[in-house]
Design a protein around this ligand. Structure first.
Ligand code: SF4
Length: 496
């Protein structure tokens, strides 16, 4: 498809705003108008991307999960649950670990099985865990629910219904319309006609794994999923009122080239989701067994990968998406883009979020939550999960309590990831420090990045430049107290 035909598939909402007088617009509409007009040119510099390693923590938490410790016990978690202010709102993450087929690139903690009976025991224990958690909480107001996996739609609709009923019995959902209830959907594991049932259960946001539409790539990763299958799912979701639809893509997969990925992006533009996540495939067969089915020889070269990445950055913005950061793009009228423009974007284990103030509870095997100043994680293996719950014990594995220094660094790192700047005075006032003194060593580490034009220091602000946005993880790593200086330097100098 030619470039011009992609341009014809721009979202149709912005022009309506352009014809409306500014005084008649709501605040959100003004933000959308601003975003739609904002030049979103990201500077591309291949030599810089080769100089600085783009891998590193994704900072969905700080400290990262690597610092979680088994010293943190079930009783710590219970004390934390019981101490949550009853006025606080809650976000609930539900993890379903099962998948019917293995995707060879996958690095998730999942259980591959075609035996549907396996889910019965899991559902019983998940329901028990939700009830146990609710018993320890005085706070009951639920404003966000996210189902992730694995494949949540591996469960039958009856099982999903039972879990949703349990949630509604244990918690209050005061405002259905403004409560975000999202689910990760594998179009191969959900009938299109079942989308209506999900909507009737309250689901209003959907994330769909695609990765790539090229058949040769799909065969090499063992995930054959036609464009039509994905398109039908999205159309059905829109028909039933799903407000935000995300699509996941991966670049760096076997047999991918700039030409194949261009075709995939054309098709994505045609189905026009609200958000797109484009992840970089990290081939680590020594760590992730399924990846051994992918031959090194079939992977695109580093140069080809960079070309694909460059194309993604340019093309998605040309077809109307705003670059949020960290592999995420959203339409200007999507709540993530609006939250970023309003400086209220935050981050948690699900990635970017519009609600930092909610206490996050994770249920299901290996799930992670964030409550007050603590992170907690459930046991990773399903047999231990069953064993503990069948004794009426919460399946806590490990966690960590944040020190004041952790909170400070979290605020700095999350500000960089979400807003691409740090307001030093705000941080000084919030944590009673003098930023330049407290972070003297970190500012030294940043000096080469300042020279390379990735970040600049105005005195009052540290601001990330357009070219620095692509390397935001590296910039954040300078403020990560758990990475020692040598690790940071080593990572910074590693070639992709
Ligand atoms: S990528 Fe998703 S669907 Fe595929 S094996 Fe991993 S968790 Fe399952």
């Amino acid at each position: 498809m030619e470039q011009s035909s992609l341009d014809t598939q721009l979202p149709a909402k912005q022009p309506i705003l352009e014809t409306t007088a500014s005084s008649q617009l709501s605040h959100s509409q003004k933000v959308i108008r601003k975003l739609a007009r904002k030049p979103v040119k990201l500077e591309w510099d291949e030599s810089l991307l080769q100089k600085y390693d783009i891998s590193g923590p994704r900072y969905t938490s700080y400290p990262t999960a690597l610092e979680f410790s088994e010293v943190y016990q079930r009783d710590d978690y219970i004390t934390c649950l019981e101490g949550i202010d009853p006025q606080k709102s809650l976000s609930l993450y539900i993890h379903v670990p099962f998948c019917q087929n293995i995707c060879y690139y996958c690095a998730c903690n999942k259980i591959i099985t075609k035996n549907r009976d396996k889910s019965e025991r899991y559902v019983e224990n998940l329901i028990k865990e939700i009830k146990l958690v609710a018993q320890h909480l005085k706070a009951k107001t639920l404003r966000q629910i996210h189902w992730g996996g694995g494949t949540p739609t591996y469960l039958t609709l009856q099982e999903i219904t039972r879990i949703m009923e349990t949630i509604r019995n244990c918690f209050d959902i005061p405002d259905e319309d403004s409560t975000e209830i999202s689910i990760e959907v594998d179009p191969r594991a959900l009938k299109v006609q079942d989308v209506a049932k999900l909507a009737s259960l309250g689901f209003n946001r959907m994330s769909i794994g695609v990765q790539d539409f090229d058949l040769k790539v799909q065969r090499a990763i063992n995930r054959v999923q036609s464009f039509e299958m994905t398109q039908d799912m999205i159309l059905e979701a829109r028909k039933h009122g799903f407000q935000s639809i995300n699509v996941d893509l991966i670049y760096g997969l076997p047999h991918q080239s700039l030409a194949t990925f261009k075709s995939t992006l054309e098709l994505i533009a045609r189905i026009s989701p609200d958000r797109i996540s484009v992840f970089n495939y990290a081939h680590l067969p020594h760590r992730f067994k399924p990846q051994r089915r992918i031959s090194d020889h079939d992977l695109p070269s580093a140069v080809e990968k960079l070309k694909i990445f460059e194309f993604i950055m340019e093309r998605l913005q040309q077809v109307g998406f705003v670059y949020i950061g960290m592999d995420h793009f959203a339409k200007p009228d999507d709540e993530l883009a609006i939250a970023q423009e309003n400086q209220v974007l935050h981050r948690n284990f699900q990635g970017y979020t519009t609600h930092e103030e909610y206490e996050l509870i994770g249920v299901g095997v290996s799930s992670i939550g964030s409550l007050g100043a603590q992170y907690h994680q459930n046991v990773r293996d399903v047999e231990s999960y069953y064993e503990l719950l069948e004794q009426d014990l919460l399946p806590t594995w490990r966690g960590v309590g944040m020190t004041m220094e952790d909170k400070l660094r979290k605020a700095v790192i999350f500000s960089l990831i979400c807003h691409f700047e740090i307001d030093k005075n705000t941080i000084n006032a919030q944590f009673d420090i003098v930023f330049d003194d407290h972070f003297a060593k970190e500012l030294e580490l940043l000096a080469p990045m300042i020279t390379d034009g990735l970040v600049y220091d105005t005195g009052g602000f540290l601001r990330v430049t357009s070219r620095g946005r692509l390397l935001i993880r590296n910039i954040c790593m300078a403020f990560d107290a758990y990475l020692n200086e040598m690790q940071v330097i080593k990572r910074f100098s590693k070639v992709i």
